[in-house]
Design a protein around this ligand. Structure first.
Ligand code: NDP
Length: 278
């Protein structure tokens, strides 16, 4: 995989770029342009989802880009309403159709929905898709340790990735440790804290000034040095470029400590223990 972004080796040996491009809240008709800009800037990993409604626009950009399929890393996710064995297989086919692909690199369960009790059978369909080679890796999002325990008691393939909300205001130390001990890579969603307030925090702007970088670059660097996979989203071309220019500088131990001191265990999104939207 040729890219300016180094890979993380997942637990099944698949290489995943440590930094990718998220497209939540990018309308379908704008996704093509945003993804094209990201591919031009050097991103090779794209994080979409059935629920984002932009798999089609994303797929158009991939097809037109001229980037070889084996150099791309495409993630999509199964939406809540489609949990269940047969419905998952159907929804996966529909995602592939919309993306215009014959496989994805990573397929993720979007939310555990514990009150519904269907994530185990859903994951069994993921194992079928995986053994068919139509997803090179499978995993989950928003799974708490208790959900992963239930999964490991009833299924065979250890999830390659757990994509969770993670940024300096919500650092998820116990969950990061739990996943690391089981060989599950952590992927940070809302890695920039959705740009809300985090990028103006004095501790971060001071580090940015010290390195002659932007606050977003400093936060992304913090994630990368912790070993997190990140998928910052932007529809702004200058920010799309800025967010991938993070492999030519390093934070020192003091910088990392100052950012790590910002934890408030503060979620910006829903709590996976209680979120049950279908
Ligand atoms: P991010 O933390 O990536 O922040 C995105 C926001 O920050 C946008 O408003 C963007 O503005 C702004 N921004 C981006 N780059 C910069 C910059 N360099 N300087 C200043 N502001 C900037 O939030 P997301 O919630 O989008 O998370 C990233 C991705 O994670 C999503 O797109 C999605 O792929 C995934 N995700 C997964 C979830 C899950 O449940 N599995 C849940 C939520 C997200 P603008 O676009 O206007 O430039």
């Amino acid at each position: 995989m040729s890219s300016k972004v180094p890979p993380i080796i997942l637990n099944n040996g698949v290489e995943m770029p440590q930094l990718g491009f998220g497209v939540w809240q990018v309308p379908n008709d704008e996704a093509e342009q945003a993804v094209a800009t990201a591919l031009e800037a050097g991103y090779r990993s794209i994080d979409t989802a059935a629920a984002y409604g932009n798999e089609e626009g994303t797929g158009k950009a991939l097809a037109k880009s001229g980037v070889a399929r084996q150099d791309l890393f495409i993630t999509t996710k199964l939406w809540n309403t489609d949990q269940g064995y047969d419905s998952t297989l159907r929804a996966f086919d529909e995602s592939l159709d919309r993306l215009g692909l014959d496989y994805v690199d990573l397929y993720l369960i979007h939310w555990p929905l514990p009150a519904r009790g269907t994530f185990v059978e859903t994951y069994k369909a993921f194992e079928t898709i995986y053994s068919d080679g139509r997803a090179k890796a499978i995993g989950v999002c928003n799974f708490l340790p208790e959900h992963l325990d239930e999964l490991s008691g009833a299924t065979n393939v250890v999830p390659a990735v757990n994509q969770i909300e993670l940024h300096p205001f919500l650092q998820q130390l116990p969950d990061r440790k739990y996943n690391a001990e089981r060989g599950i890579a952590i992927e940070a969603w809302s890695p920039l804290g959705r740009g809300q307030g985090l990028l103006e925090v004095p501790a971060i702007t001071a580090i940015a000034q010290k390195h002659g970088r932007t606050p977003a670059q400093v936060v992304l660097r913090w994630h990368l040095q912790l070993g997190n996979i990140v998928i910052p989203k932007s529809v702004t071309p200058s920010r799309i470029k800025e967010n991938i220019e993070v492999f030519d500088f390093s934070l020192d131990a003091d910088d990392i400590a100052a950012i790590s001191a910002l934890n408030e265990d503060r979620r910006l999104g829903p709590d996976p223990a209680t979120f049950n939207l279908v």
